[in-house]
Each structure stands twice: as structure tokens, then as C-alpha cells.
Ligand binder design. Sequence first.
Ligand SMILES: Cc1cc2nc3c(=O)[nH]c(=O)nc-3n(C[C@H](O)[C@H](O)[C@H](O)COP(=O)(O)OP(=O)(O)OC[C@H]3O[C@@H](n4cnc5c(N)ncnc54)[C@H](O)[C@@H]3O)c2cc1C
Length: 387
Amino acid sequence: MRTASLVIVGAGVIGASLAYHLARRGWREILVLDRSHGPGQGSTGRATGGFRAQYATPTNVRLSLLSRDKLRCFTEETGGSAGYLPAGYLWLASTASELEVLRAARRVQHQEGLTEAVEVGPEEIARLNPAVALDEVIGGAFCPSDGFISPVGIVEGYLTAAQRLGVELEWQVEVTGLRRGQGNRIALVETSRGPVSPGAVVNAAGPWAAQVGRWIGLDVPVIPLRRQVAATAPTHLLPDTMPMTIFTIDGFHLRVREGRILLLWPTPGVPGRPFDTGVDDEWIEAVVEKAHRRVPAMRRSAIDRDACWAGLYEVSPDKHAILGPAPDCPNLFLLNGCSGHGVMHAPALGQLLSEVISDGAASTMDVSPLRPGRFREGDLNPVSEML
Ligand SMILES: Cc1cc2nc3c(=O)[nH]c(=O)nc-3n(C[C@H](O)[C@H](O)[C@H](O)COP(=O)(O)OP(=O)(O)OC[C@H]3O[C@@H](n4cnc5c(N)ncnc54)[C@H](O)[C@@H]3O)c2cc1C
């Protein structure tokens, strides 16, 4: 039977980063399996490419700062292109309570060393993004080192570098089951190309992570959540360097990518069809109406219906990643539930889980708030609905 020291289920940005970091630590016979046809076919290729360190918890800020260091030297490390462009993230508050949430988060950010994150008033907002109508805005938050990254550049960079270091990567292979053996360990990975006997297994299946757990009766609390994106026809109305601009009142945000303006606004998924990635016409109408009101220049743009898309967030109950050995299964590791931050945090998370798998613990930062057992223990991270 085929053997592998470690089988990674999923070659999205998370599986790719982990494969690279393990290989760099000298691991051999790593097998990465993905049922799709090539890089970026899961959530990774649907991401809009935002990067931010403006979070509300120390753990998420630290993950971003570690990732940011790694994004800055991504080309030297992997030969690929992460496309890091520090254009900033601009949060806009329309009530005093929203402003207070941003302030509380900034106190955490400053404690963690993100001192360039600042409060901004209407005048500063007008300078940072002159396109925004200020009538609903009383203030906000800005961090100049936040900005944009290239999801496909990052996944391809890690996969190529991993393969150079000997990682075996196979597309169009469906993992269909896991079987336990002695000591509750995974003894067999069943695939559409036959079984594999693994030393260890990593669940990097993105929004499909819960399914992987179900094969061995393990609850991996990750649910898919549809996110829709409305794209305009190519336009010069707004510059590519415009900061990601977010209205905290309802999460509506916009950026410019490759000459198109992308509009996002979080809504619940499709009832009863959690993996549906269709785009609703009514949603487009509603998001365009918001855009016209809040960014008046948008009235001169047109939506390109064929360029609109949707993808799936992989949401955990506390909107923090799940990283570490699975409870009750010593050779299964989880790297799931990034809750819509997976591309920006992949460089950090891949490194950290490679430390856990190799050394039994992470040395770069404390990952105990991300341990899989926290849900059973009822020790969740604080959830911020805004950021
Ligand atoms: C619209 C949208 C915008 C986003 N914007 C951002 C952003 O600005 N910044 C950011 O950081 N993140 C963003 N995200 C979130 C980001 O895309 C995800 O967090 C990230 O891509 C998760 O990576 P992953 O590798 O876990 O999942 P995926 O990329 O989905 O990879 C999982 C892989 O597992 C494979 N797989 C699953 N089950 C099996 C199986 N049984 N057998 C074989 N293969 C299997 C799938 O084919 C897939 O390729 C966005 C997401 C969406 C939808």
C-alpha cells in the first residue's frame, strides 16, 4: 500500500502554506491531495485579497503581524509573489458606539505593537478616501500597513516552493474517508485513487472541514458561509491604491482590484443550501444602492454581472482559526475555521502548525487560544461582530 509520512487534505492556501513550512523543516514524503483541477479552486481563489492587522483580539493581531513579516519576504522565501500592497484599511463609524468598538480594538492593537493604527476624523477620512460621502460618517480608524495581497500568488508560491522541496501534490484526487486503527490513530486515508497509509493527517479542507471530521466521528465546528462580490466593469473612477473602505454599521466595504471596483456586504447564506455559491440579483441591487449613497462616484459605474462571484467563508464559532491536534485522535491535526481571514493568516498558521507537528508546541507565538479543544471546554475567544 502507498505510504506517506503526512497526508494533507486540501491544497488551498492553508494546506499549501503548511506543506511548504513542514518541507522546509526537513519533512519528507508529504502528500497533498486535492479534488479540484488546480490551485485556487476552493475559497482561496474567491478571496478579494484584503490584508489587515486591525483586529480586536491579541491572537488575531499577532497572527497578522507574523504573516505581514512573512509576506514582506515572501519572494525571497518562496520565489513567488504575495503582492503585498500597503494601501491601508479605513473603517468608517456612523455612531458613537461603533467608534468605541474601534477604539477598544485599537487599544489591543497598540498593546501588540501595531502602533501605526490610528483614529481618524472626517477631515482625515476625506483625505484618505475623497470618494466617500461623509454625511453618515462621524469618524473611523485607519492603519497604513494594512492593504492588499494576492491570494492566487500566495497559494501558487507556497505550492511551487513545497514541490521544489520534495512535496508530492496531486490534483483531482478526492479523499473519501479516514479509518482509525490502534490507539485511535488514523491508520488509513481512503481516496479516489486508492488507500494511503499515513504517519499523520492534516485537515486543511477549508469550508468542507466538518465533513473530514465526520468520517471519524469528530465534530470540527466549521460552517460554510456564502460571501457575494459585485464587480463593476473596468473603470478609472477610483484608484487601485484606494484603501479598503469599510462601513462598520453593516459591513459594506469596497476596494479596487485590477481596474474593477469590488463591492461586498455580508448577508446570511442560502437557507438549506450551505454550499450554494450563486449570486442573487436582489443582493446586487441592494449593494449597488448602498454604494451609490455612500460613494457617489459609483453612480457613474456599471456592474458587470458576469464578473460577479461568490465563495464560502469557513466560519468557526468564535471566528478564530482552529489549530492543533484533534481531540481523541493523536495523529490528526486541524488547520481550519479561519472565518474569512485564511489568506492573510496562512503564512503564520502554516508556520505555527509546522512547529506544533514537528516539536509538539509552537515556539513563535502562543497558539493555545486556537486549540481545537476550546469548544468542548467552553473557553472560546471573544467574538467581534465588527472586526
Ligand atoms: C468572497 C470572499 C472574500 C474573501 N476575502 C478574503 C480576504 O480579503 N482576505 C483573506 O485573508 N481571506 C479572504 N477570504 C477567506 C479566504 O478565502 C479563506 O479563509 C481561505 O481561502 C481558506 O483557505 P483554505 O485553504 O482553508 O480553503 P480552500 O481554499 O477552500 O482550500 C480547501 C481545499 O480543500 C479541498 N478539499 C476539500 N475537501 C476535499 C476532499 N474530500 N478531498 C480532496 N480535496 C478536498 C478543496 O478542493 C479546496 O481546494 C475570502 C473568502 C471569500 C469567499
